[in-house]
Write a protein that binds this ligand. Structure first.
Ligand code: PLP
Length: 465
């Protein structure tokens, strides 16, 4: 049987009322109800691996929007006082933005392009923080024209720029905090050391600029909750510096860096740290609500990864394999893998595409078997079906002609995998599509959507109508 028919054999067709056809964005497919694995299978069923046109078997993402919704519930449960401003850079998917807009989050934009993507959804510019401390002058003018009135800065030149092109903008001083316990250390590039803050604030005052608060970013992929406690403490010191400079700060922006696995632990440290270093009485004696701000202090955050990491899975097709001969392994493989891979698999998305996260985001990705010998074999709880002696050491490579394009130097996959079979990578929502290139003429992987299943799907559907 052709691969496609075998896959189709046990796939029940969807009823018409299960198809939720929102008006799709250009180039995007309509959204279906069902879990990620149902949707993966649906897409595979439509692919004729032996007869499709060029690009017909392209790698593709499945995004479960209900997972984004659940992450939002998780946020609100753990940090109800802190308003999330989703970091668009992490994954600017239009459906994700639309859902988050409906859920009432704000947006952290880093460029005019991101600002436009958000405004296009009809979002009020008051819900945007332009959280890039080093902006192009033309982007600042663009922000002014579009009434984006809140931004970060961390240096003198930026103050001059703001005075010249957007003098009424409210400013947030981004301070340097300890990012040594994070996968991506943003402090190498951004953040004013505390001892430089008084001079910056003095200059801001001379320029009659309106500095309203303090922000920080503990680094993306932060694995130590104490980094947040320490950063909140430093932010408090910057607040006091603001007072000395004659400002009354009322905005604390605790940035991003929230992971998927340790989120509740981080929240458990953050809450008490904020209570301790920002006691209510300092902001509104008597604990009253002042101008819509609980206790006079408004706290926002810029989570990116937290919202989308687990909502996207990526399916790739094995387009070629090299077996039974010593692998012409390059230096990367030699360095990382003392066990020699016996098979080199080539798949149709790689480091120049969605797997750029291997380089930029310092992650190790984990292929799971989606089809084995053309049979659907995906078990979300298992890396590979079969027993240990049915596995063999392999390497996985991307589709380009560059040898840096190595997705995994060593991974154990079932012996029965064939060219034409599919792999799937879970947790691919953050810092993947957004930085993918089309190097070598390879298209970016497209996204297929699902609303999820059950009650969550209903809520998401309502929100997105
Ligand atoms: N805010 C700023 C200014 C950033 O640069 C980033 C990521 O680089 C984020 C927020 C999002 O960080 P994360 O995805 O770790 O939450």
């Amino acid at each position: 049987l052709p691969h496609q028919q075998r896959l189709r054999a046990d796939t029940p067709p969807l009823d018409d009322d299960e198809l939720d056809c929102f008006k799709p964005f250009d180039g995007h497919k309509p959204i279906y109800r069902g879990c990620i694995d149902t949707q993966l299978k649906r897409v595979l069923d439509d692919i004729d691996i032996h007869g499709c046109e060029a690009n017909g078997e392209n790698a593709f993402f499945v995004a479960d929007l209900s997972e984004v919704y659940r992450q939002h519930l998780r946020w609100m449960r753990a940090l109800p006082r802190i308003v999330p401003f989703y970091a668009v850079k992490c994954n600017p998917d239009p459906y994700v933005l639309q859902l988050l807009a409906a859920l009432g989050t704000g947006f952290d934009c880093a460029s005019n392009g991101e600002i436009e993507a958000v405004l296009k959804l009809g979002i009020n510019p008051a819900r945007i923080i332009y959280a890039n401390p080093c902006k192009a002058a033309s982007f600042v003018r663009h922000a002014a024209t579009h009434n984006v009135g809140l931004t970060t800065f961390d240096n003198m030149d930026e103050l001059d720029k703001m005075k010249r092109y957007h003098p009424s903008c409210k400013l947030v001083v981004r301070i340097l905090t300890d990012d040594s316990k994070s996968a991506c250390q943003l402090g190498l590039k951004f953040g004013a050391p505390l001892d430089s803050v008084p001079r910056l604030l003095q200059r801001a005052r001379e320029l009659e600029l309106d500095v309203v608060g303090v922000s920080f970013h503990v680094g993306s992929g932060c694995y130590d909750p104490d980094s947040f406690r320490d950063a909140v403490y430093r932010a408090r010191r910057a607040f006091d510096m603001g007072k000395e400079a004659g400002y009354t700060f009322d905005l604390l922006d605790i940035g991003g860096g929230f992971g998927h696995d340790n989120f509740e632990m981080v929240a458990g440290v953050l809450g008490p740290a904020i209570d301790r270093y920002f006691p209510d009485d300092d902001f509104a004696p008597g604990g009253k609500e002042v101008e819509g701000k609980l206790n006079g202090l408004r706290i926002i955050a810029e989570p990116g990864r937290f919202y989308v990491h687990s909502a996207f899975a990526l399916a790739t097709n094995i387009i070629a394999a090299r077996r039974g001969e010593p692998s012409p392994v390059g230096a990367i493989v030699e360095a990382v893998a003392p066990t020699k891979p016996q098979v080199m698999y080539y798949q149709n998305d790689g480091l120049y595409g969605s797997f750029n996260c291997v380089i930029f985001d310092h992650v190790t990705v984990h292929p799971k078997v989606l089809t084995l010998g053309f049979e659907y074999a995906y078990r979300p709880d298992l890396e590979a079906p079969g027993s240990e002696d049915e596995l063999q050491p392999c390497s996985v490579w991307g589709p380009t002609c560059d040898s840096i394009d190595c997705v995994r130097a060593l991974v154990h996959l079932p012996k029965g995998l064939k060219v034409g079979d599919w792999l799937v990578y879970e947790n691919m929502g953050a810092y993947t599509i957004c930085a993918a290139s089309t190097f070598n003429g390879i298209r970016r992987s497209e996204v297929r959507y699902t609303l999820g299943a059950g009650e969550d799907a209903e809520v998401v559907r309502e929100l997105m109508m």
